[in-house]
Write a protein that binds this ligand. Structure first.
Ligand SMILES: [Zn+2]
Length: 104
């Protein structure tokens, strides 16, 4: 991969998602805003980890583990709050999209 990764479509989707989930008037304090910001950071981390040279593979692996840990922590935090759990469910649904499983 030699071309820079274009994250702008994803950023637009995340902005759109944030508008739908936000209930703090875009102040950045609600779980919708915080969750979307976290996803944004994680997307950037994934891209930077995945586009690094092979020499840095060990660092990539620990970054990947850190990423998984962060996602788990976020989920645990959100799941303690029923409303936030619902928001997270919506988030995940959004990213999974309509079921695309093949029938064979
Ligand atoms: Zn908000």
């Amino acid at each position: 991969m030699s071309q820079p990764v274009d994250l702008s479509p994803l950023q637009r989707e995340l902005d759109n998602l944030r508008l739908q989930l936000c209930h703090c008037n875009n102040a950045g304090t609600c779980l919708g805003c915080q969750g979307v910001d976290m996803l944004r950071q994680q997307a950037a981390m994934v891209v930077s980890a995945a586009t690094q040279p092979v020499l840095l593979q060990v660092a990539q692996e620990s970054q990947a583990k850190e990423l998984v840990k962060q996602v788990q922590e976020m989920q645990e935090r959100l799941l303690r709050d029923p409303e936030a759990a619902k928001a997270l469910e919506e988030l995940l649904k959004y990213f999974q999209g309509p079921t695309e499983e093949t029938n064979h």
